[in-house]
Structures are given as C-alpha cells and as structure tokens.
Design a protein around this ligand. Structure first.
Ligand SMILES: Nc1ncnc2c1ncn2[C@@H]1O[C@H](COP(=O)(O)OP(=O)(O)OP(=O)(O)O)[C@@H](O)[C@H]1O
Ligand SMILES: [Mg+2]
Length: 252
C-alpha cells in the first residue's frame, strides 16, 4: 500500500464558489472532511452535492476559492497531474457503470492493467481477493454484468473502486435503484470495507438521500442546501440538530 496521509482532513474546501453561467451552485463552502472517517453529504436534489464531489476529483474547476486533497491544492494542477492524482480515489457511482462487455473479473482488473505494471499473476491474486472480500463467488467472477443482479453489480463496482488501494472512496448515491434489503447489504459492505482500512487513513465520502442508512453508517454528516453547507456535525450531534430544515429532512 502507498504511504498513507496523516493530516486531520483529507479534503479541505476554502471559500469555494462555483457558478454555472450566472447561477451560483456552490456558495462560499469552507470545511474539512476528516481523514479515516465516513462522511455523508446530505441534501435535497439540486443542493450541489455532486458538484462538490466533482471538485474533489478536480473534474470541476472553482469559480473562486481553493480545494485541497491529501494536503495538495488541486487549483494549480495541470490536467496531466490531475489524471495521475485521481489514482488516489476509488469511485462508485449511481449506476455502477461497469463495462458491460467485460466480465466481473475483467472489470476489476481494468484499472490495474490501465494504471499499473502488475503482471497477470499479481492481477489475478488481487482481483480474486477483492471479489471475495465483496462476496462475489469464483463462478460469478467470469460472468458479464448483464448476468448479475443489481446488488451484485454494485459489489463488483465496489471491488473495482478498490482496485488501486485508494486513499479516498467516493460514492455518489451508490444504492439508488436497489431494494431496501440490498441497500443495507451494500451499506454494510461499504462500512466493512471502511473499517478494514480506516487505520490506514482510508476516508469514505458518500452522497446519499437515504436518511436512515446515513444515520446508521456515518461518522460525520454534511448537510447542504442551495449550495451552502448548513451543518457539518458528527452523527450524534446531527440527530439532535434543531435546525428546522434538518428536522424536516429527519422526519421524512
Ligand atoms: N454542468 C452544469 N452546467 C450547468 N448547471 C449545472 C451543471 N451541473 C450542475 N448544474 C446545476 O447545479 C445545481 C446543483 O447540481 P448537483 O448535481 O450538484 O446537485 P445534487 O445535490 O447532486 O442533486 P441530486 O440530489 O439531484 O443529484 C443544479 O441546479 C444543477 O442544475
Ligand atoms: Mg447528485
């Protein structure tokens, strides 16, 4: 595993502003995401959650303000540097986005083939270990995504996100479209993955609409509304928040 980041915050936003045309989408966002913890970003649709995540990846550029990740400021990085830097991240998005022409095995092997000089034997060891850790059998490893259930595709997506030993895992609504039971299975898996790596400073950042899962699985919660961070609290304090918008969200 690469050397681990030891700073208090893996991600820091400093007066981040983002406008699309004339519409402000992020309005003066300043906070830090704790290293080694699970942080969930909550908020109604259109609050700016995905846009915030894109800034963490350097996929969106600030209109003003700064974004630092693992102690490095992204503002001044070139496209090439950013592309290299993105190896620090694992990503799981809404529709798992597996390559549908590749088996589970080949999907997980893909980043290793693309970004490392690992040989076939090393790749095999690593891929089978990762698939096993997310509960995908040897037999399912050689099936195509179309031959897997939605929950299994999420598992494979998670294994692929972990392929390069990321420092930070980013999940954008990883359970939308899943039934409630499978949702909890996927959350359990995200938490187990996190707990297995947290001592190494592994940081998980989740965007979610699922308030119940969020309260159960997160260490910290960031609540966004109309491009602003309304609250950034540990989960127990969040549950007791008196903020009317949050009370409304909690009572849904
Ligand atoms: N590339 C873009 N160009 C113009 N406007 C954009 C762009 N991306 C996002 N927006 C706008 O920014 C606002 C925030 O979008 P964002 O996708 O960050 O919200 P979100 O909190 O992730 O919402 P959801 O929960 O629906 O995914 C929305 O009003 C959206 O229309
Ligand atoms: Mg979104």
């Amino acid at each position: 595993m690469a050397e681990r980041y030891k700073g208090e915050f893996s991600v820091e936003f400093d007066h981040l502003v983002k406008n699309f045309g004339t519409s402000p989408v992020l309005r003066d966002v300043s906070f830090g995401i704790h290293t080694g913890k699970i942080t969930t970003i909550l908020g109604f649709s259109g609050a700016g959650k995905t846009t915030l995540m894109k800034h963490i990846l350097g996929l969106a550029k600030p209109t003003s303000g700064r974004v630092s990740v693992l102690g490095q400021c992204l503002n001044d990085m070139s496209e090439l540097e950013l592309r290299e830097f993105r190896r620090n991240f694992g990503m799981v998005f809404q529709y798992a986005a597996l390559f549908d022409f590749l088996t589970s095995y080949e999907n997980v092997a893909f980043p290793m083939r693309e970004f490392t000089k690992m040989n076939e034997e090393e790749i095999k060891q690593k891929v089978m270990g990762l698939l096993d850790s997310v509960g995908i059998s040897k037999e399912a490893a050689y099936r195509l995504p179309s031959e897997l259930s939605g929950g299994m595709r999420k598992r494979v997506g998670l294994a692929r996100g972990l392929a390069l030993d990321p420092h930070i895992m980013l999940y954008d609504e990883p359970t939308s479209g899943l039934d409630p039971i499978t949702t909890h299975v996927v959350y359990d898996l995200m938490r187990d993955t996190h707990r297995a790596n947290e001592k190494n400073g592994f940081t998980s950042i989740i965007i979610s609409h699922d308030i119940h899962a969020t309260l159960k699985y997160s260490d910290y919660i960031v609540f966004m509304e109309q491009g602003k961070v309304v609250e950034h609290l540990d989960v127990e304090t969040f549950k007791r928040s008196e903020n009317p918008v949050i009370r409304r969200f909690l009572e849904l």
